[in-house]
Design a protein around this ligand. Structure first.
Ligand code: COA
Length: 256
């Protein structure tokens, strides 16, 4: 079974994260599949709305930490799988809906800043633990989190890296609605079909106008973050954090 399930019906492209045994941690292959699907959907007239969803128990544990070691995930030309995926999300012209239940770690949360509507199970737990991994924010989150949540809440989320639950995410405006976990994917599908039935040109123009004031800034910040992220990934703190994860122990950052 593929790690990304792709379904197309009623104008809605649904991308389901399907690596539940590894908590839907993103591999480079998964980013490539998602980026390819989004790139094709951007110009495919039969796709009017995209839904990204996970499982009722988990949205995503973020980047696969073992995959980080198998090859540099960031390339200077911006063409690595994760860079392609984030660019596709940030620039996607049609509505993207997400259904999030359980843990949404790292890019599992930061990708939501690029979604238009987010529905969450009451078990959703959002976290951006980049500092705990010796890394820094990505996907434009250093710009978009403070803009959405206010500086101090964004600083707490990005510096402390602790999870915040669905109620807190609703309060800061990261998500639209909280439902029982078994209903999140169905709600996203219902809303997606409602949107897909609306006049496509109006929907696309509305999204463009909503996003245009910060589009260039977001692109620039994403590039700046990836540059730092790629450098920090090679540094001792991240090496220690990833080794600790694979060895199932606490990291030791003393002296780092
Ligand atoms: N990369 C690689 N493998 C991961 C992973 C990740 N980001 N997250 C989870 N997994 C794997 C675990 O190693 C484990 O594999 P195993 O069964 O072969 O040992 C399996 O998925 C289940 O994970 P587990 O930690 O036992 O599940 P849990 O329900 O106790 O906890 C999380 C879920 C998401 C809270 C926890 O897995 C976690 O914190 N993961 C790391 C998140 C992270 O730091 N992501 C990077 C952000 S940049």
């Amino acid at each position: 079974m593929s790690d990304i399930l792709i379904d197309h019906a009623d104008g809605v492209l649904t991308l389901t994260l399907n690596r539940v045994e590894k908590k839907n941690a993103f591999t480079q292959a998964m980013y490539t599949t998602l980026a390819d699907a989004l790139d094709a959907a951007a110009t495919d007239a039969t796709t009017r709305v995209v839904v990204i969803q996970g499982h009722a128990t988990v949205f995503s544990a973020g980047n696969d930490l073992r995959d980080f070691l198998s090859g540099p995930p960031i390339s200077g030309d911006g063409a690595s799988p994760v860079q392609r995926f984030i660019a596709a999300m940030a620039q996607f012209p049609k509505p993207v809906l997400a259904a999030v239940c359980g843990p949404a770690v790292g890019i599992g949360t930061t990708m939501l800043f690029h979604c238009d509507l987010v529905y969450a199970g009451d078990n959703a737990a959002f976290s951006m633990p980049f500092v705990n991994l010796g890394l820094c924010p990505e996907a434009g989150s250093s710009l978009l989190a403070p803009r959405l949540m206010g500086y101090h809440r964004a600083a707490e989320a990005l510096l402390m890296g602790e999870p915040f639950m669905a109620e807190a995410a609703l309060e800061v405006g990261l998500i639209n609605r909280i439902v029982p976990p078994t209903e999140a994917n169905a709600l996203a599908q219902t809303q997606a079909r409602k949107l897909a039935a609306k006049p496509s040109a109006s929907v696309i123009e509305t999204k463009r106008l909503l996003k245009q004031s910060q589009a260039a800034e977001v692109t620039q910040r994403i590039a700046e973050e990836f540059s730092s992220f790629g450098r920090m990934l090679q540094a001792p703190a991240a090496r220690e954090a990833i080794a600790a994860f694979t060895e199932k122990r606490r990291p030791d950052f003393s002296g780092l």
